[in-house]
Write a protein that binds this ligand. Structure first.
Ligand SMILES: [Fe+2]
Length: 350
């Protein structure tokens, strides 16, 4: 496995790059905007295709690299379902798995530092975001932080994982790079408490200054996905109400770009075809599905995903391959449901 721990010294943030092998697919956790060109250089050097970029939570001390990486690589942006970011491409619930080339990370909801904090668990390590730091824990005094929730995340979730797991946090301010859950349980001063009340007393008496970047970083990070217009041309957007009317009239083919797990979890628009976003280019090279639908069936193809991000990126890619007359569903399945559209189980639909 390729594993790189990269540091942004200004914010003392750790960013992690993971891949199964050189020449394969890669994943980045907690990228920092100012370091994006470094990540891209590294990806090129290792001949890696970045397919997913994850933020463990909305950061207050730096601007995320998620949006810039998406723009440069068309990767899928990922956060937990509680995230307040406007458009992330994929939202994960507790216990769901992110799979990149066989590297599997299980989602663990670990709120308390913020209410959108998630950790990501592998068989030998855990990425704890700011929930658990080396010799410390994330502050709980802004972004809906809550010391009682943090206590629960620490003692009833993270410390219940196998104690030998390596701990890789989103920050370290003293030059530490990794720890283990066993070491933290025994030596982390914040974890030497006997009750949630005692933990809350400690956290509530810290009186820390706000992070310098907070007023800039939080709004920027909430707006990470805002501008999809650069991927779209006039006539390539359909809103959910309009699509509902068109579907009733026939003549529309829907192509779902989400992954299997999302389809099972949230259902599919009835009659949809399926091609996962990350397989789109391969699928086009191996077959002519879209061409058949457009030319043989004389149907107008509408691409959709969870929130409209992957479909906008895919449309831009497909246009580059010469496809014309495609549209994307603005706001994705979320907008479809809000407009009163129905869904069905994906079994047997393709
Ligand atoms: Fe944080």
């Amino acid at each position: 496995m390729i594993f790189q721990q990269l540091q942004d010294s200004t914010s003392s943030t750790y960013t992690y790059l993971l891949a199964r092998r050189a020449g394969g697919e890669a994943l980045i956790i907690d990228p920092v905007f100012e370091q994006v060109s470094l990540y891209v250089d590294l990806l090129e050097k290792l001949d890696l295709r970045l397919v997913k970029a994850i933020d463990t939570h909305i950061h207050a001390d730096h601007i995320t690299g998620l949006g810039a990486l998406r723009d440069l690589t068309k990767c899928v942006t990922v956060m937990g379902e509680r995230s307040g970011a406007d458009v992330v491409s994929m939202r994960l619930r507790e216990d769901e798995v992110v799979d990149v080339d066989g590297i599997k990370l299980r989602t663990l909801y670990t709120p308390g530092h913020t209410d959108d904090s998630y950790s990501f668990v592998m068989p030998d390590r855990v990425f704890t975001g700011d929930a658990l730091l080396i010799g410390g824990t994330g502050r709980t005094d802004f972004q809906n932080g809550d010391p009682f929730q943090a206590y629960d995340s620490l003692f009833n979730k993270l410390l219940k994982l196998p104690s030998e797991l390596l701990v890789y946090p989103a920050h370290d301010y003293r030059g530490n790079t990794a720890s283990t859950l066993a070491y933290e349980a025994a030596h982390n001063p914040r974890l030497q408490v006997s009750s949630a009340e005692q933990y809350a007393d400690i956290m509530n008496s810290l009186n820390l200054a706000d992070p310098k970047m907070m007023d800039v970083a939080v709004p920027a990070n909430q707006g990470v996905g805002k501008d999809l217009s650069k991927y779209l041309q006039p006539g390539e957007v359909v809103d959910a109400e309009e699509l509902l009317r068109e579907v009733e009239g026939g003549g529309v083919a829907l192509l779902d770009l989400r992954e299997k797990g999302e389809r099972r979890r949230d259902g599919v628009i009835p009659g949809s075809l399926h091609c996962p976003y990350l397989d789109l280019e391969g699928a086009l090279c191996n077959g002519d599905t879209l061409q058949n639908i457009q030319q043989r069936d004389k149907k107008r193809v509408v691409l959709y995903c969870a929130f409209g991000e992957r479909s906008a990126l895919a449309l831009d890619t497909l246009r580059g391959y010469g496809f014309k007359d495609l549209r994307h569903l603005s706001g994705g399945l979320g907008a479809w449901l809000r407009a009163g559209g129905s869904v069905e189980s994906p079994e047997g639909t393709n």
